[in-house]
Design a protein around this ligand. Sequence first.
Ligand code: SF4
Length: 808
Amino acid sequence: MEQLVPFRQFVLKVHSRCDLACDHCYMYHAADQGWLAQPTVMSIQTAAWAAYRIAEHAKAHELRQVHVVLHGGEPLLAGPVRLGQIAAALRDNLTGTCALDLRIHTNGVLLDESFCDVFSTHGIRVGISIDGDRAANDRHRRYSNGRSSYDRVIRAIDLLRAEKYRHLYLGLLCTIDLANDPVAVYDALLASEPPRIDFLAPHATWDSPPRRPAGAPAAYADWLTAIFDRWDSDGRPVDIRLFDSVIRTTRGQRSRTEAIGLAPSDLVVIETDGSYEQADSLKAAYDGAPATGYHLLRHCLDEVGGHPGILARQAGLRGLCEECRRCPVVASCGGGLYAHRYRSGTGFANPSVYCPDLKKLITHIGSQARPATAPHSGPGRVHALTAADVAELAAGYGGRGAVGRLGQAQRSMRRALVATVYQRASADARIGRATRERLTSAWDLLAHVERQAPDALESVISHPYVRAWAARCLTSLGAPASDGHPHGSDLEYLAAIAAAAGIRAGINARAEIATADGTLYLPSLGRLAVPGPDGPRECTITTTAAGTVTFSFGAGWRAQALASPAGLRFCEPPPPDYWQPARRLTAPGISVVLEDADPYRDCHQWPAAPRCSSPELIRWQHSFRVAWSLIAAQLPAYREGLVAGLATIVPLAPSADGRDVSSAARQAFGAVATALPADPAMLALLLLHEFQHVKLGAVLDMYDLFDRTDSRLFRAPWREDPRPLEGLLQGTYAHVAVVEFWRARYLVGGPHAAAAGPHYARWRAATAESIETLLGSGSLTPMGQQFVRGMRATVTPWLADRVPGMDG
Ligand code: SF4
């Protein structure tokens, strides 16, 4: 007797009609026309029954989580009120039984704030269908009168990208059309900053095979391979579910999509009228193919699980045809999507109609995939932490060696990203000739510095915001630009990196940089702001082996400086008001840059402050020195890691409500951004807190600590809204340092101890709780478990400290 595979994924068809008339839609243009018999909208009663059945099933099978997708037709046609009622019915039934991962897949054209507010209330995350740029999208995704849907879809995506709703943004779903340029599609999707992209092959069977150009038997593989190669060389900046599933299955892990893999299907559809159906994709096979004959009112989900069609989709290897069973990539492919195997006469006992594509794509990705724990390092350079590093970092600390190795991996990544920006910009036909020439000479200069003075290049690459700049360029390169001159000003930063490296190298060199207004930032050195006529001006920088540096803006303005390890000293024409050097904050044993000029520093959660005045600089210096003496004296376990990794502090604008604000950005290893707090002790706390994020972000760039496919939300004791696993992990890691800060203040006694006690007790309990939540999630990798157990080993002894008035 075979064990029933419980359903974990439920597709609720909340509306059976659509407001678009996409001609590639399986719902209305496939063999099955069952939608015609469906009510237009799911009733409250049907939704309540669906919620009841799902909860009943989850309870019976002790499921930890279920995934429910609100689908259609177009689900937004059900309206915000009905969607809220359906979500409430699901939550009411499932609370206390299992976690609910609730999503909606929509064409987006109706999405507005009233929907988003409902989705926020009920924790419904949103996936949007879009097929690429305007031309690609308009190829199919139009209204019935032929009107484009593109602008409304982009408006919906922009709404989800806004700070208020960003937490709802699940990702984009793109149906492949070979007529679209794959890389242009990828670039257009990436420009919308989706957390995830799904590429879907158009539904097809052997009776109705996909159209391919003559002489291109694996054209879909070729299309996807072009994207995979770009994505891989970009450093995999976004989660692409199909590629990740291929990589996972080649490592023996479970696929994240029904489109590939041998794992049994655990998905069932609940139609608008309450009938159970199999996967929607079966609509492509024949009329009535998805039907089961079961209904919510009369049948529980276990009965549906015994349906022959459902069982067939769970049979794994033995359910495949002979050709698939003998196939070398069957463990990854699994025969492809079940519906795509259909042929009249033989039914589903065939390879996928996309067989040549699957074979070619899987083989290609398999030959490129990095090992599971390999870092995203530069070409030819593999970084790893030692076992001792991992133990130190897991405990919440990390000395010079561990943090230094994180920094090395980050610099390799930055080098790879800089190279990728150059390669992609060089290949972009829309970049003007002059910009292209400046880029080429900048690249040549970088290569020259690398050969002559690699340390000079390393010191510029160490600047934290090089990666933030590269990420911005890679997001926008290839995307449409309204001014017809895409991302030109961003690309000039490459020449600025090269010029800064040339200056630091002390070699004979020349760099040309176009500026928008006579302002030029040189990473790690400072900003040149030359007054003059409005509009773009080009700067030529000439360096010599004798250490002189000459800046020329045409024939009208010229200045000369001497370079030294400390920076640039201008000799003519005095006074050098136009030069704003990078300034440093120092304390015994540490020196960091106070970065208030780099245009790419403004990538934090809070806006960056403008250039500090001299009195502000004095306040920063005083506060930093006091904060550092506190860390060195009371929290010495963090000292060495900070010395090795904290390179830069970015002043943030003070918050309107007077709260202390601070931030770390994943794309700026080595930098902490903070508004200057009134109390230097708070600066110490903010630096400790944010540097925890800096360290953990770099670890996560190298290793998987948790299952990235786990989309559940978890309670975080320090926030009102539940957090995804990564957010909880980051918050917990940061709070280990927060607890230790308050502990140190409490134990040291003196005037601050009484005030510190309640903070210590509160954050200690919260951190201990979230550590247990993480360990109980079941989604930590072995290394993730080691990491969280390391935190537990640090925090647990603190639970024994007596805090009068706060214990028991
Ligand atoms: S690649 Fe083709 S033969 Fe191999 S498992 Fe997939 S569908 Fe079957």
